[in-house]
Ligand binder design. Structure first.
Ligand code: TYM
Length: 333
């Protein structure tokens, strides 16, 4: 039976990229799949130093963001990673399965470690093994993510395969990445060649989940474009990264294919298309930020949801970890 797992780092500042590439798709899967498990990966967040008060706030804010986006804590399991120790326990075993060379090839490590990789934390290097543990400790079958996580999911399959091979078992499944829809890679509003990211120094490059209606509209009005009107067909977007990005955002927000959007807006000037996109983005996003702010006023309720989610997650993970320990030959499991 299908089981969906995915996670987001509570490192502060959720963007339209996180929403369209991940959260909105988590909600869609919640309706289609019986078991959906969504995590706030706080242990991944601290692979680069986080201020403790901010980490706690970002974890609760992410939980509020999940719920405001449409996740229902009764249908989906919502919890933070550190509270289900099985993630860390399985990660250690995977640290012993994965090879240094595999980790060295990870582009996210190279990007985040920068020029001075010797100074990166050991946790940042081992990050993908913990991610594989997040996924495999539930015997997850499907993982919805944005395009930038593809390499990590391939590594997860490599770890599952090597574990199964080294111990002569058929125990961990080969998980399918689910990278689908028009917005698997939302780009910066200022530069169509850069991913929309919370770490971009320019706030105008992104829409934050906490932006109000006026800010959202302004950022879209000022988004970078080229001088030509939109092409009449989707193919005409190929060499026009900024135009393509805005059309992709429009398609994802309105639950349409890019082709259907092009039938509606093809040939229009940006002076006409941008206000349409701004109205749509405000209609879809502003209620989420409003709801998040409301949920954040009841911290006790958020903490209750996280504790309940952790109990339900642990109930699935514990027997899988126990079996793993037995396979490895760890006495006492
Ligand atoms: P993170 O926290 O960087 O991002 C969370 C999710 O948002 C997606 N995303 C985007 N999608 C489209 N366009 C963008 N501009 C954009 N920016 C971010 C990401 O692809 C991701 O799906 N390593 C993961 C967290 C993680 C995880 C896991 C995910 C830890 N364990 C297990 C899945 C399964 C990460 O850093 O995501």
């Amino acid at each position: 039976t299908p089981r969906v797992f995915s996670g987001i780092q509570p490192s502060g500042g959720l963007t339209l990229g996180n929403y369209l590439g991940a959260m909105k798709r988590f909600v869609d899967m919640q309706e289609d799949v019986a078991e959906t498990i969504y995590c706030m990966v706080d242990m991944h967040a601290i692979t680069v130093w986080q201020d403790p008060d901010k980490l706690a706030r970002a974890t609760r804010e992410l939980c509020a963001g999940y719920i405001a986006s449409g996740l229902d804590p009764d249908k989906s399991i919502l919890f933070n990673q550190s509270q289900v120790a099985e993630h860390a326990q399985l990660a250690w075993i995977f640290n012993c399965v994965a090879r240094m060379g595999w980790m060295q090839r990870m582009t996210q490590f190279k990007d985040k470690a920068g020029k001075n990789a010797q100074n990166a934390s050991l946790g940042l290097f081992a990050y993908p093994a913990l991610m594989a543990a997040d996924i495999l400790v539930y015997h997850t079958t499907h993982v919805p993510v944005g395009e930038d996580q593809k390499q990590h999911l391939e590594l997860t399959r490599d770890i599952a395969m090597k574990f199964n091979h080294d111990y002569g078992v058929d125990f961990f499944p080969l998980t399918e990445p689910v990278i689908e829809g028009a917005a698997t890679r939302v780009m910066s509003l200022r530069d169509g060649s850069k991913k929309m990211s919370k770490s971009d120094p320019s706030d105008m490059s992104r829409i934050n989940l906490t932006d109000d209606a006026e800010t959202i509209a302004k950022k879209i009005r000022k988004a970078k474009t080229d001088p030509e009107p939109l092409p009449s067909e989707a193919e005409g977007l190929e060499d026009r990264p900024e135009a393509r990005n805005l059309v992709n955002i429009y398609a994802a927000l309105s639950d349409q294919s890019v082709e259907a959007v092009m039938r509606e807006v093809g040939g229009k000037a940006f002076s006409e298309f941008k206000p349409m996109l701004a109205d749509l983005a405000v209609a879809k996003m502003a209620p989420i930020s409003g709801e998040m702010a409301k949920l954040m006023q009841d911290q006790a309720e958020i903490d209750r949801i996280l504790a309940d989610g952790a109990d339900r997650a642990r109930a699935i993970a514990a027997p899988i970890l126990k079996k793993t320990y037995e396979i490895v030959g760890m006495v006492g499991a």
